[in-house]
Ligand binder design. Structure first.
Ligand code: ASP
Length: 344
């Protein structure tokens, strides 16, 4: 009898050992990786103070580290993207969550979207006013509703019903964004005599979106984007960030992409999906596909901005046609890169 139990125990131990050996090897062969952006635009060294620059670099590093640890511990790319973006939504430095830009009537309208590259499931919200973490609401739309995109009061109501954190609109307001709106309005009024400095300022007020793409140890890709949109936006304007295929796209066959920039041009160029399509149908690398879409499509239409992307092997792209884009990457070996200016 005892012999029988010993054999069963032995078999069980062999099974456990085989399983962990398989898992370990599988994890080793499958690279992980994560890339983020905190907006693209006229980001110039001459307009930066060392303090401001180090604050940006610090939050970018903190945010991406959170996602990397999730991936390293075998967590999903979905969780890594959500938790990384949550950190940036908490930071008033970025135009997402707290610190989002203001509309022409001094309101907040938050847009976000998420896509799962394994299932091609997607979720998005647009025009949210009370959702503390818009990216989490986008994920809830994907997981717990039969829809892909919810807007306005309905999005706020859905987020509340889902038990997500709801805040008063005041939570999002920052001094910086109130001043930006005032300056954009003043500049708009004297548009005819705009100096190039004012134009640069106006352009900058469009940007600051955050995004994250990740590849997990199961080989699954995810992409997410969250933004307050454009300063002084009117008529419930919606940009590319909450639009699947424009601001966000993920497909395990190809890549995960999150975009930032002048949304109207990114919608018209269907940026994120186009990069994936060039890879899928033409066999291009993620870098070549991203270069073509940003420089030969968006730029030629007159738009500007950038993308971050990662493919199913962990190769990445951080492409822009602006002087800068806040961005960071952690590769399979855990090496961190943080960059701001285009020429870095
Ligand atoms: N793409 C965003 C929008 O147009 C803005 C940004 O990326 O900063 O709403």
């Amino acid at each position: 009898m005892q012999f029988k139990y010993s054999i069963i125990l032995l078999c069980f131990l062999i099974l456990v050992a085989c399983d962990s050996f398989y898992k370990e090897n599988n994890t080793k062969n499958q690279p992980i990786g994560i890339v983020i952006h905190g907006g693209a635009g006229t980001i110039l060294r001459k307009n930066m103070t060392p303090e401001k620059e180090s604050n940006y670099r610090k939050v970018l590093a903190e945010a991406i580290h959170v996602g990397y640890i999730i991936l390293k511990n075998g967590g999903s790319s979905q969780e890594a993207v959500e938790k990384t973006i949550n950190i940036m939504e908490d930071s008033p430095l970025f135009n997402a969550g707290k610190g989002a830009v203001l509309t022409a009537d001094e309101k907040i309208e938050l847009d976000a979207s998420f896509m799962n590259g394994a299932t091609l499931d997607a979720g998005a919200i647009s025009g949210g006013r009370t959702i503390k973490y818009p990216i989490s609401a986008a994920i809830k739309v994907m997981v717990n509703s039969p829809h892909v995109m919810l807007s306005g009061e309905g999005a706020d109501q859905f987020a509340s019903e889902q038990g997500l954190q709801i805040v008063e609109s005041d939570y999002f307001y920052t001094e910086r964004r109130i001043n930006s709106l005032r300056r954009v309005k003043e500049a708009e009024q004297k548009e005819a005599q705009n100096s190039s400095l004012e134009e640069a300022f106006l352009k900058n007020q469009r940007y600051g979106t955050v995004g994250c793409v990740a590849l997990d140890s199961e080989g699954n890709l995810s992409a997410g984007t969250s933004t307050g949109g454009m300063t002084n936006k009117k008529w419930n304007r919606i940009g590319d960030a909450p639009i699947i295929g424009a601001g966000t796209y993920a497909n395990n066959k190809t890549c995960a992409i999150s975009a930032t920039g002048w949304g109207e041009f990114f919608i018209r160029s269907v940026v994120a999906h186009d990069i994936s399509a060039l890879m899928e149908y033409k066999g291009l690398s993620i870098r070549e596909a991203s270069r073509i879409v940003i420089h030969e499509k968006v730029a030629k239409l007159g738009g500007d901005g950038g993308i971050v992307g990662i493919d199913n092997q962990g190769n990445i792209a951080m492409e822009m046609n602006t002087p800068g884009m806040y961005r960071a990457h952690i590769d399979n070996e855990g090496n961190l890169t943080v960059k701001i200016y285009k020429d870095e």
